[in-house]
Each structure stands twice: as C-alpha cells, then as structure tokens.
Design a protein around this ligand. Structure first.
Ligand code: MG
Length: 162
C-alpha cells in the first residue's frame, strides 16, 4: 500500500476573563487574566490536538471530548493530548513535527517559549527541534487586538510508523 505523510491544521480561541493566569502548551503562565473554558482552556494544546486529529482523519476534539460531558470539566489538556496520541498510534501513525502560532496582545510569550516547547516535546515524545512555537500580536485589530482573548493555530505532520 502506498504510504505518505499526512498534514493537519488546528485552530482554537478562548476569551479572557477574570483570573490570575492561564495554561499554554501545558505550562501555567501567570497573568492578570484567565480564560473562559470548560476544560483548563489551554488554547495551544487544543489547537495542537485538532491538528493531530485532522492529520489522522479523526475529526476534532469536540467529537472526542464533548464540552457537555462532565468528565471533561476542568480536564487537563495534557491528559487529553495523551488520549489523542493513543488514537493516532492506533492508526499506525506517529508525529513528525508540529508548528504553532499563538496570537494575543498579552501575555508576552518570549519568556515562556522555552518552557512551552519543552513541555510539548515531552507530551509528544519528540525532540524539541520538532516542536516550533511562534507568537504574534494581532496589531491591535479586532477582538484579539483589543486583548479580549487568545488564539492559536497549529499544523502537524504525521507519518506511518509500521
Ligand atoms: Mg479550546
């Protein structure tokens, strides 16, 4: 059977709300706001999981972890990611690399970039040079530009491991 790599894309956004920090890439980052979410609201891991599921042809995280399901209330996204990786491995697929872009006016991610990459590399069991993280502001445009929330895009490449 012909085998070929598979690419997937994921996107997620969460609104800011009163709070004292947020989870990003499996790392808790102190901030003067939190995010509205059913789970831990880790917008980076949510986008990443959708990219992985997309590449594997397995739908999206809403299908696998419905937000009306009490089991996923305050769920740790790192745990959900392990579940997603199991589903991908069950298809005979492994992760080649991932590339993520976070869009937010704040917090600034520069000081947290290394920790976030390390965290995601550990979660994905990949070398850190296969996990790329980029961050940009929204140049003051629209809701993200007004600092009302935080968004993330992710792409992931999978390959056959059999
Ligand atoms: Mg989300």
């Amino acid at each position: 059977m012909y085998k070929s790599p598979r690419i997937g894309h994921g996107y997620d956004v969460h609104a800011f709300t009163a709070g004292d920090g947020l989870w990003l890439g499996g790392v808790r980052i102190e901030h003067d706001q939190g995010v509205t979410a059913h789970s831990d609201g880790d917008v980076v891991l949510h986008a990443l999981m959708d990219a992985l599921l997309g590449a594997a042809g397995l739908g999206d995280i809403g299908q696998h972890f419905p937000d009306h399901d009490a089991r996923y209330r305050d769920a740790a996204s790192g745990d959900l990611l392990q579940d997603v990786l199991q589903k991908i491995r069950a298809q005979g697929l492994g992760v080649v690399n991932v590339d993520i872009t976070v869009i937010a006016q704040a917090p600034r991610l520069g000081p947290h970039r290394e920790a976030m990459v390390r965290s995601m590399a550990q979660l994905l069991q990949l070398d850190e040079n296969r996990v790329n993280l980029k961050a940009t502001t929204h140049e003051g445009l629209g809701a993200l530009g007004r600092g009302e929330g935080i968004a993330a895009h992710a792409v992931a490449l999978l390959e056959d491991v059999d």
